[in-house]
Design a protein around this ligand. Sequence first.
Ligand code: SAH
Ligand code: SF4
Length: 360
Amino acid sequence: MRQPISSQTPETLGAWLGERGEKPYRAAQILKWVHQHFAADWSSMSNLSEPLQSGLSEAFDFSTIELARKQGDVDATQKFLWKLRDHQLVESVLIPASPALYGEPSDRHTLCVSTQVGCAYGCTFCASGLDGFKRNLEPAEIIDQVLAVERAQGRAGERAINNLVIMGMGEPLANYDNLMAALEILNADWGANIGARKITISTSGLVPQIKKLAAQPRQYRLAISLHGATDAVRNRIMPINRKYPLPALAAAAEEYQQAKSGKLTLEYILIAGVNDALDQVAPLAELAHRLRAKVNLIPYNHVDGLEWNRPDDAIQDVFHEALISHGTLTTLRREKGHDIDAACGQLRLRTEKELAGTNG
Ligand code: SAH
Ligand code: SF4
């Protein structure tokens, strides 16, 4: 089977070139076409000979993903549904930065990528886990989400993505080795060259892997999907909390904070009648203070077929202001892309349902 080109390194590609009697510097040229010029195909790699281009096409897969569906317009939030080589579906979301000063459209974008097909963690509010877990994504399948989105922007050589959030489908830390291999390439100066501090990994709270991440050398940012400031609330919506309750999660997060001295984020989706009561505010503020973390409040995005809803704006505002009055650094993100199923897993879920409908 052909290897994906996007997960090759200067060493592995150099070795392949060496076996063919090609000059080693060709590796740098090829990787530049892939990661920095966002070449559309082998034949556009104009400083390579035709025999080398066809040799590459026989040995390597140009991409492991194919666009299956797209929602949203350029300059707004765009959502990409990808078909993998085994026909599984995953999604990525491209979110533009807020318009810069003077209302100029901004060139800065954040891409949210998936790390697994489905998810095994079964948070009760989440579309990604509804059909259970299918498989881990390979390193190339993670990297190719970035490359394919860059190619789709149609601005060869001009990078659109300068922030990555590992918050799409799946639990990133449950696919630890493949994620680290992908990020190493996305971070490398010969690769996508996205700074480690511009890469945020989100986890529902896998304590041993948070510690492992704290011990590795890169300064990735960490976001913890908290969604409840007491074990009672977290246990109700996040089964992982029974395995790693809040005191263990808080200790691991603190270890991360100390190792990286970077800002941690606590993600807190507001779900009506579940975690939006004011009794959550004091323990949430206390935890944020201990971890020197920022709190991101996100109104819940309703998922078809699930019972949960977002609270009214007024309730969101009261919760937000109560946190601020505790001195917590807090943002309330009235979600961009709410209109296009922006929460993870929803486009895939809808597409799978439609396909099931047409097949019988
Ligand atoms: N598994 C990881 C990363 C993927 S989920 C994690 O749980 O952190 C990315 C974020 O989207 C998580 O904070 C998750 O709780 C949140 N999320 C899931 N479903 C959502 C929904 N319907 N509305 C809003 N946020 C949602
Ligand atoms: Fe998995 Fe994260 Fe969804 Fe929970 S919120 S089911 S961990 S993707």
